[in-house]
Design a protein. Sequence first.
Length: 199
Amino acid sequence: MSSSVSPARCALPNTPLADAAAGLDACVHCGFCLQACPTYVNLEDENDSPRGRLVLMRRMLDGDIALDDPDVGRHMDRCLGCRACETACPSGVPYGELLEATRATMAPVRATIANPLGVHGLLGNANEWVADCWNDNYDSAPGTQEARLTGADCGLRVMRGQGWTAIAAGTRAAFRLKMTATDRRFTFGFRVVREFDAD
Ligand code: SF4
Ligand code: SF4
């Protein structure tokens, strides 16, 4: 009698997410990361938690969800990339690496999908000034979506994302740099915010 092990199903071969799949398998769904995650704490939606996003990644890899699924895209977009979940995880799940791999895998199919304002492809265009004063970390940051207008030095301001001359690793909304408020460069733009219903 012979036995064989079925090869793992992979609907996205030769993608960054497939290459990072071993990290997905390290998650034991214990939930220790949930309360460390600001998007889960604020939105109270499992799909906006580290554990929930890892499940979504797995389902895309297995072919159960399409790469261009707008709901999945929204939950991945909401992730701040802060990696607080990595510190809280006892199983060593490399969440940040998985998030980057997922976004890189989804990027080609999402590049032409417009957001609710009808625009797309903004990341990687210009660095974006935001209103926040520079602080070294998020300790004591307001739990709201308002700008943080106090800090160790408001002569330094926060720049988010990366411009077209920079490396890909910074091409995400949560990436930040400290810059002198009077600095001006040809790759600098600013972030425009308009609030609308998530649904
Ligand atoms: S990422 Fe880590 S802490 Fe979160 S559910 Fe998975 S194993 Fe648990
Ligand atoms: S990186 Fe931050 S926002 Fe994203 S799942 Fe982890 S803790 Fe939550």
